[in-house]
Design a protein around this ligand. Sequence first.
Ligand SMILES: CC(=O)N[C@H]1[C@@H](OP(=O)(O)OP(=O)(O)OC[C@H]2O[C@@H](n3ccc(=O)[nH]c3=O)[C@H](O)[C@@H]2O)O[C@H](CO)[C@@H](O)[C@@H]1O
Ligand SMILES: C=C(OP(=O)(O)O)C(=O)O
Length: 419
Amino acid sequence: MQKIIIQGGVPLHGDVVVSGAKNAVLPILCAALLADGPVEISNVPNLHDVATTARLLRELGADIRHDVEASRFLIDAREARGHVAPYELVRTMRASVLVLGPLLARHGAAEVSLPGGCAIGSRPVDLHIQAMQALGAEVEVEHGYIKARAQRLRGGHIEFPMPSVGATENALMAASLAAGTTIIDNAAREPEIVDLVDCLLAMGADIEGAGQSRIVVRGVERLHGGHHAVVPDRIETGTFLVAAAMTGGRVTAKAARADTQQAVLDKLEEAGAQLEIDGDAITLDMQGRRPRAVDIVTEPYPGFPTDMQAQFMALNCVAEGSAVIDEHIFENRFMHVSELMRLGADIHVEGNRARVHGVERLTGAPVMATDLRASASLILAGLVAEGETEINRIYHLDRGYEQIERKLSALGARIQRVD
Ligand SMILES: CC(=O)N[C@H]1[C@@H](OP(=O)(O)OP(=O)(O)OC[C@H]2O[C@@H](n3ccc(=O)[nH]c3=O)[C@H](O)[C@@H]2O)O[C@H](CO)[C@@H](O)[C@@H]1O
Ligand SMILES: C=C(OP(=O)(O)O)C(=O)O
């Protein structure tokens, strides 16, 4: 099994080009199922989750061309007649539940395996199901599958008890082809929602209010093909900026979108980093300084993202002072703590709160990655730990980071992937 080996202690310097966002591209690939013409998607990151989604769309009958060099997908779902998303594909990736809305809207039927349990929490799909029911679908859950049916979906009022990114995405895609108007209240406001809506608009949808808590979708008879470029990945951007801050370096993230990650940039400044934003470039300078520990509370957007919690935990581990991290989105997202402690971190967890006392130094050791962002936090810790850190089970990383070790090497890190 592959692993990553890091010799820590090198301040990072240089430029890194940010890839398209994983969490934007996955729903957008699913949205292509709604179109009765070819959809071209550019700035697609070459990730394991993207390959899994492509396999799922092929299984459903879509014709897919992937130009890896050009980071482009061409999806033609005109002949796609399948409506079953099987366990074998869905179990490896939660985002596969995002075919539910498109299949139901396009074919009047969908059978989607319940996504598998994930290391960060129980992650139910009740809100996805309630949204489909509000649009007139009959839904049953049996034998591990969500089975949904509707002659034609009709507009309705969906009021989420809490914002859910995935359920909002499923609701948006289903409502786009429903008869009549749908109002979604307490919708998620993440930049990936806005990006999905931009893609749906390019396909001829009629949607207002993306990025706000109330979204209004006027259903249309058909959606056509179109082109969309995926928004830059704010979590990848944040991860590289934290790497620069922790190592006392200076890094410019290019092709980034500062306006999608104010909460993260604010925390980096609070930690003592100097930031400069110039168009789509974000430069972080921490040369000659040690970060200060920063308190974090994860919240739905525009609050601090849960997907950056583990990386800031790593930063706090080597920062000056102590900080409290409150995880408010997922009930079990501190799996990285025990591994960071193997590197010498001083962390105490009580429920969904972690207290981190910064230490002068971490020391390299073999560690095990448990989920995607936990893996990222271990890489960050390895970049500053004395000696060698060996990170096992890195397949999680390939789900969400494009060529992370190459990008870090280009910034001067001593990092390699070995078999
Ligand atoms: C592919 C993708 O975009 N993944 C992101 C998406 O996940 P995902 O869309 O799964 O996350 P949600 O926003 O739905 O989850 C938010 C909270 O709602 C709960 N919930 C959700 C759905 C539901 O039917 N019932 C329910 O109780 C979840 O357990 C969680 O506690 O948003 C998360 C929160 O920003 C991110 O961490 C993930 O990286
Ligand atoms: C939790 C994440 O992804 P997913 O929802 O795909 O598991 C993530 O991107 O950090």
